[in-house]
Ligand binder design. Structure first.
Ligand code: ATP
Length: 623
C-alpha cells in the first residue's frame, strides 16, 4: 500500500501547503494525512481543499485492495475523466468543485457494482451523461448539478435517494422513474420537459433532436466537418436508395401505394414509420397488396372500439406520458373524441409474427373488471404499438408516491384494501385463463396498476413474457427480479405472487420498492427484509404510510394484510402461497368487514357522490 500511495503522490500536482509531507516511508500509511484505514488497510483517500491540480493517476491506486472511497473535492483538478472503473470495489467518488471540462466516456462506470455515491457537481463536464451511470445497480446518490451536460437524462434502473441535475444544458423528457422528484433538481435546463417540471413535452420528437443552427456559435469547427461528412454520406445513401427502389419498381412493374404525405402528430412525436413501401417488392403482386393492407391496419381485439384506424391514430394530437423500460406511452386524442393511450413497445422483435399474433389473440379474449383491455395493436417486425383506453385517474404509483395537494383526501386504508383485493382478483383471473404462461402477469408493479374513477384497480402490461426478447425480459421485467430467478434462474406462477407481495408491502408502507437498499445500511436490503426487520408481530407505527391518515380501529386488519403480503413475498417458492390461496385470504378479510358501517373509503365515497364518513374521532391518526 505504501508503494502504491507514493506512486500516486508522485503523479499529483500539489499547490500550497498540502499536508502530503506526512506521506513517507517512516510511518505506516494509516497515519498519513488524508488516509483512512479499516483494520490496518487503506479504505479511503480524502484529499480535499489542498489546491491539487493536474489529472489523477487512478492506475497507481489499483494496488489498494480495500479502497472504497475517494474524495478530491474542492481542488483544481482537470484532465481526462479518471478511470475509476479500474477500482471496481469503490463505493463513493467525490470530485465536486474541480475544473474538469471533458466528456465522460459512455462506459466510465461499467462494472462498478458496489458504487453508491457519485458527486461530480460544479465542474465543467460536458457532453452526454454516460449511460453506464444509470445502470449502476446500487447507486443511491448522484450529483451532476452545475456542469454543462447536454442531451437527455438516461433511463435509470431504480430510484435514487439523492440526485441533482440542475443547471446543465439537458434536454428532452425527464425519465418516468424520476417524475415524482422535486422539480428543483431539474431547474436550469431550458430544454428539459415533462413531470415534475411544469413544461409539457408537446413535441418530444423535436426536443430530442440535436440543437439546430441557433447553437452555431458553440459548435466547433470539428463538428462542422463531421456534420458535412455525415450529410454527404446521407445524400449518397438517399441516392442509392432511390436507385434501388426505382430498379425494383421497374422490374416488378408494381405500383407502390401512394405515400400519405401528411405526417401526423403521434407519428411525428413517436417517430413512427408507416408501412414500409420498399420491403415487399420482391413478392408477387397479390401478396404485396395483401401485406400492404395488413401493415397499415390496426388489429382490433375489442369490437366496441373499432371506429378508428392507424391513420386516425397517427394524425391525432399526442402527448408523452412517460417512458418505461419498454418504450414510451402517448396520450392520444382521436378525432371522434376518445382519449386513447398508445404504447410503443421496444424489445419485442424476436417473437415471430405468428407467435406474436397468437399471443395477442389470447390476450384479446380476456375479460375481467380488474384488467385494462388492449383495444387494438399494430404489428410490424420493427414496430409494435398497443392501444388502450386512457385512464384519467392515473396509476397506483402516482397515487402512492406522487405529490398530494392539501385538498386531496388521504389515500385511506379501505381504498388500499379494496385495491389489493382487485389486484388479487385480476391476477387469479390471469392465472386461470393464461395457464400456459410461466408468469401470467410477469410485470406487476405499481405503475402497471391503473385506478378507475372509483379507485378500482386495472392491471396493465400483463401476459407479455412470450413476446419480449429474452435478454431484455431478464434485465427489465419484474418477474426476473424475483428471488427464484436471481438464485435459481426460475420463473414460476408463484413469481407473480411474489410481485403481489411486494406490491402489498408498497401499498401499506408507502415505500417505493426500487428505492431499497436504504442508504444508511451497508447490507443488501429489499422492501421485504426491511419490513421484517421492523415488524415484531404487533402494531408499529413507523412501518405504515403516514398518508393513510386515520386507521379507524382497523389496525388488526392492517396487520393481517401485512402478514398476507409477507407470506406472498416468501423467498422459498415451495412455502409461498399460490394466488388462489392469497385471494381466499383476502376475501376472508373483506368478509369480516362486511356490514361494518365505519369501514368507509374517502375515495370511494367521493366517487359515489357521498360524503366521507368512515373516520371516527377515536381512530388512530398516522399523520
Ligand atoms: N392506459 C393508461 N391510462 C393512463 N395512464 C397510463 C396508461 N398506460 C400507462 N399509463 C401511465 O403512463 C406512464 C408510462 O407508462 P409505461 O407503461 O410506458 O411505463 P411504466 O409502466 O412506467 O414502465 P414499463 O414500461 O416497465 O411498464 C406510467 O405512469 C403509467 O402508469
Amino acid at each position: 500500500e505504501t508503494e502504491s500511495l507514493l506512486k500516486f503522490k508522485k503523479s499529483l500536482v500539489i499547490g500550497g501547503a498540502s499536508g502530503l509531507d506526512s506521506w513517507d516511508r517512516k510511518n505506516p500509511p494509516c497515519k498519513w494525512f488524508g488516509i483512512f484505514c479499516d483494520q490496518g488497510y487503506v479504505w479511503g483517500l480524502r484529499l480535499e481543499n489542498i489546491e491539487l491540480a493536474g489529472s489523477l493517476d487512478i492506475e497507481a491506486l489499483t494496488g489498494l485492495k480495500s479502497l472504497r472511497s475517494l474524495s478530491f473535492m474542492n481542488n483544481k483538478l482537470r484532465g481526462p475523466f479518471p478511470s475509476f472503473k479500474k477500482l471496481g470495489a469503490l463505493k463513493s467518488i467525490y470530485l465536486s468543485n474541480n475544473q474538469f471540462d471533458v466528456t465522460i466516456p459512455k462506459d466510465a462506470f461499467d462494472g462498478m457494482g458496489w458504487l453508491k455515491k457519485i458527486h461530480l457537481e460544479h465542474n465543467k463536464f460536458n457532453g452526454e451523461i454516460p449511460v453506464s451511470v444509470a445502470k449502476i445497480p446500487k447507486l443511491l446518490e448522484l450529483r451532476l448539478d452545475g456542469n454543462q451536460f447536454t442531451g437527455q437524462i438516461p433511463e435509470f434502473t431504480h430510484k435514487l435517494h439523492i440526485l441533482n441535475f440542475s443547471n446543465n444544458a439537458l434536454s428532452g423528457p425527464i425519465p418516468n422513474i424520476l417524475r415524482t422528484m422535486d422539480p428543483k433538481l431539474f431547474e436550469g435546463n431550458k430544454k428539459l420537459c415533462g413531470k415534475p417540471l411544469l413544461t409539457e413535452c408537446y413535441s418530444p420528437y423535436n426536443l430530442s433532436e440535436e440543437p439546430k443552427p441557433s447553437s452555431k456559435k458553440k459548435t466547433s469547427k470539428f463538428l462542422y466537418i463531421v456534420a458535412a461528412v455525415v450529410a454527404v454520406i446521407l445524400a449518397l445513401l438517399i441516392i442509392i436508395g432511390l436507385i434501388i427502389v426505382l430498379c425494383r419498381r421497374r422490374s416488378y412493374k408494381q405500383p407502390l401505394m401512394s405515400p400519405d404525405s401528411g405526417t401526423s402528430s403521434l407519428q411525428k412525436r413517436a417517430g413512427i414509420q408507416k408501412g414500409d413501401k420498399g420491403q415487399y417488392c420482391c413478392h408477387s403482386k397479390n401478396r404485396v397488396a395483401k401485406r400492404m393492407i395488413h401493415t397499415t391496419k390496426l388489429s382490433f381485439l375489442r369490437d366496441d372500439k373499432g371506429n378508428f384506424d392507424l391513420p386516425d391514430l397517427l394524425k391525432s394530437s399526442a402527448e408523452i406520458m412517460g417512458s418505461g423500460c419498454f418504450g414510451a406511452s402517448y396520450k392520444t386524442l382521436l378525432s371522434n373524441g376518445s382519449m386513447m393511450v398508445v404504447k410503443r413497445f421496444k424489445h419485442m422483435d424476436s417473437a415471430g409474427s405468428e407467435e406474436f399474433q397468437d399471443n395477442m389473440k389470447r390476450l384479446g379474449r380476456l375479460n375481467h373488471e380488474n384488467l385494462l383491455p388492449i383495444v387494438a395493436y399494430y404489428y410490424k417486425k420493427e414496430e409494435k404499438l398497443f392501444v388502450s383506453d386512457f385512464i384519467d385517474n392515473g396509476s397506483l404509483a402516482d397515487t402512492l408516491h406522487g405529490h398530494r395537494s392539501l385538498e386531496q383526501p388521504n389515500f385511506d386504508w379501505p381504498t388500499r384494501l379494496n385495491i389489493v383485493k382487485g389486484v388479487g382478483r385480476g391476477l387469479l383471473y390471469l392465472h386461470k385463463n393464461l395457464p400456459s404462461l410461466m408468469a401470467p402477469h410477469g410485470h406487476l408493479k405499481s405503475s402497471n396498476v391503473l385506478l378507475s374513477e372509483n379507485f378500482e384497480p386495472l392491471l396493465t402490461d400483463y401476459g407479455l413474457i412470450p413476446m419480449i426478447n429474452a435478454e431484455s425480459a431478464q434485465e427489465l421485467m419484474v418477474a426476473y427480479k424475483s428471488p427464484e430467478y436471481l438464485k435459481q434462474s426460475r420463473v414460476t406462477k408463484k413469481t407473480d405472487v411474489w410481485g403481489f407481495g411486494v406490491l402489498i408491502l408498497e401499498i401499506l408502507t408507502g415505500k417505493l420498492p426500487e428505492s431499497f437498499p436504504q442508504s444508511d445500511k451497508e447490507s443488501e436490503e429489499d422492501i421485504t427484509s426491511w419490513v421484517k426487520s421492523i415488524f415484531k408481530g404487533e402494531w408499529t407505527q413507523e412501518l405504515f404510510d403516514q398518508e393513510m391518515g386515520k386507521t379507524n380501529n382497523c389496525e388488526g386488519d392492517i396487520l393481517k394484510l401485512l402478514r398476507i403480503g409477507l407470506s406472498c413475498s416468501e423467498v422459498d417458492v415451495e412455502k409461498r402461497l399460490d394466488i388462489k390461496e392469497v385471494v381466499e385470504k383476502l376475501e376472508d378479510l373483506m368478509k369480516e368487514r362486511e356490514g361494518d358501517d365505519d369501514f368507509y373509503s374517502t375515495y370511494a365515497s367521493e366517487a359515489d357522490g357521498r360524503s366521507s364518513r368512515g373516520v371516527s374521532s377515536e381512530g388512530i391518526n398516522l399523520s
